[in-house]
Design a protein around this ligand. Sequence first.
Ligand SMILES: Nc1ncnc2c1ncn2[C@@H]1O[C@H](COP(=O)(O)OP(=O)(O)OP(=O)(O)O)[C@@H](O)[C@H]1O
Length: 268
Amino acid sequence: MTSQPVAPDSSDRDTVAGRSALALRGLAKRFGDKIAVNGIDLDVPVGSFYGLVGPNGAGKTTTLSMATGLLRPENGQAWVHGVDVWQNPLKAKKLMGILPDGVRLFDRLTGEQLVTYAGLLRGMDREEVTSRVGDLLRALDLTNDAGTLVVDYSAGMTKKIALASALIHAPRLLVLDEPFESVDPVSAANIRDILSSYVASGGTVIVSSHVMDLVQRMCDHVAVIAAGTVLAAGTVDAVRGEASLEDRFVELVGGRNTAEGLAWLRTL
Ligand SMILES: Nc1ncnc2c1ncn2[C@@H]1O[C@H](COP(=O)(O)OP(=O)(O)OP(=O)(O)O)[C@@H](O)[C@H]1O
C-alpha cells in the first residue's frame, strides 16, 4: 500500500461522520498486487444526490462495496449516519438500501415475491409489505410482470426489481451502483423522478454512473475517482467550474487515446 490511511480521531467521528449520510476515512483495498482503493475519504451530506464517477476500474464498485458492508476493507472506516458500518453492521444496514453492481438475485422467485421477500427479511409486517410492493411495481412499470420469474426478466427489468427491493424498507440512504445501466429512457426518467422526490423528502442518494450528462443534471454533489483515489469532490458546480462535467472529467482523469494505431480499421 503506497499511502497509509489516517485514522479518524473521536472529534472527527462525532462531527463530520455524524452529520454525513455516509462518511469514509482512509478506505483501502488491494487484490493481490493491485491497489483497487487507495485510502479514500468522502463525506456525503444528508439530503444530497451524490454522483460517483470515474473511469473503468477506478475503484467505484470496490469503494461502495466496502462502504455498505459487502466487502471488508483492508484499512479505513465507513459510517452511515454516524453508525460504523463494520462495527455495527446490523444497525448500519437498516439505514441503507443497496443496489449492488452485478447483483445476484433469488431469480427463481417472481418479481412480486422477490420484493415481498426483501421487505419480510427487513422485518416489516406483511400487510405493509404487500401495499408497498404494489406501489413500487406500479411506479417502476412492472405490474404486468409481477408474476414472471426474475430469471426471465430483461437486464433493465432486473435492475428495476433490484431497485424496488432496495427501496421497500424506506431507507435513509440509497447506494446505487450503475442504476440506469440497461434501463430504457422512460423507465430511467421514472426512476429519476422517484429518486428526486426521495431526496426532496430528506433521503440521500449515492449513484455511480458513467453518464456525465446524467450526473450533471441529476446530482447536486459529485466525486471523481481514478486509480483508487478521489481526484475532486464537492458540489457539481464547484467540481465542474465553467466547463461541462464531462470535459472536467476528461481533464482530471486524462487518458484520451487517438485511434492512430488502428489504421487497419479504416474502410475508406
Ligand atoms: N474481486 C476482485 N479480484 C481482483 N481484482 C479486482 C476484484 N474486484 C475489483 N478488482 C480490481 O480492482 C480495480 C477496481 O475495480 P472496481 O470494480 O472497483 O472499479 P469500477 O470503478 O467500479 O469500474 P467500472 O466502472 O468498470 O465498473 C480494478 O482494477 C479491478 O480489476
